[in-house]
Design a protein around this ligand. Structure first.
Ligand code: GDP
Length: 196
C-alpha cells in the first residue's frame, strides 16, 4: 500500500458519472491555479497523474483518483476564475452541491496559496464545508516561496483566524510531501474513528 500506486479513475461532469466507492474519500477544494494538480502529483510521486498548468477555469470536471487500499482522492474543479458566466457559475454550484450531498466524504483539504491565505471565495468554500459538518484541513501550498519568518507568521495567522489546522506544503520539498502523506493517513484514520 503506497501513494505511488495511485491511478486516475475517471472524470465526472455530473452526478450520474461518479465511480463506485469503498475507500475513504478526501476532496481537494481550492481556487484555480492554486496548485491542486501539483499537490496530487507530488503526493503520489508521479509526474503526470494530474495535469499541471491547465488553463485556469477550463476544468469543470470532478476528477477521481484512487490510491489503492488507502483512499479515493477527488479533485473538485477550481473556483474563483473571474471570467465565468452566470450560467457557468450555476452549473458549478450544482455540480458541487450534488457531489457533496451524494458522496460519503471523509474530509476536505482546502488548498490555498500560502502567500495569499484565504481569499473571499475560499472563505465561502469553508462556510459551505462547515455547513456540511465535514472535517477540514487547510493546506497552504507553494510554501517554498516563503521565507522562514513568513512561514511562521502564515501558520499562526491562518490557524488563529480560521480555527482549523493548517499545513504548509510545497510540491518541491520532499520532506513536506512526506509529512503531508503521514498527516493524510492520520486524517483518514481520525475520520473513521470519529466521523465529523
Ligand atoms: P491547479 O490549477 O490548482 O491544479 O494548479 P497547478 O498544480 O496546475 O499549479 C499552478 C501553477 O503553480 C503551476 O505553474 C505550478 O508549477 C505552480 N505550483 C504548484 N505547486 C507549487 C509549489 O508547491 N511550489 C511552487 N513554487 N510552484 C507551484
Amino acid at each position: 500500500m503506497s501513494f505511488q500506486n495511485a491511478r486516475f479513475v475517471l472524470s465526472a461532469a455530473a452526478k450520474t458519472g461518479y465511480p463506485p466507492t469503498e475507500l475513504p474519500e478526501v476532496v481537494l477544494a481550492g481556487r484555480s491555479n492554486v496548485g491542486k494538480s501539483s499537490f496530487i502529483n507530488a503526493l503520489c510521486q508521479q509526474k503526470h497523474l494530474a495535469y499541471v498548468g491547465k488553463r485556469p477555469g477550463k476544468t469543470r470536471l470532478i476528477n477521481f483518483y484512487e490510491i489503492p487500499q488507502i483512499l479515493s482522492l477527488v479533485d473538485a474543479p477550481g473556483y474563483g476564475y473571474a471570467k465565468r458566466s452566470r450560467t457557468e457559475l450555476a452549473a458549478y454550484g450544482q455540480l458541487m452541491e450534488d457531489y457533496f450531498r451524494l458522496r460519503p466524504i471523509s474530509g476536505v483539504l482546502l488548498i490555498v496559496d500560502s502567500r495569499h491565505g484565504l481569499m473571499p471565495d475560499d472563505e465561502d468554500m469553508l462556510t459551505f464545508i462547515r455547513e456540511k459538518q465535514l472535517k477540514v484541513l487547510i493546506v497552504a501550498t507553494k510554501s517554498d516561496k516563503l521565507t522562514q519568518s513568513e512561514r511562521m507568521k502564515t501558520l499562526a495567522q491562518l490557524q488563529q483566524r480560521f480555527g482549523h489546522e493548517v499545513i504548509l506544503f510545497s510540491a518541491q520539498r520532499p520532506q513536506e510531501v512526506k509529512r503531508m502523506q503521514d498527516r493524510l493517513l492520520e486524517f483518514i484514520a481520525e475520520s473513521k474513528n470519529n466521523p465529523a
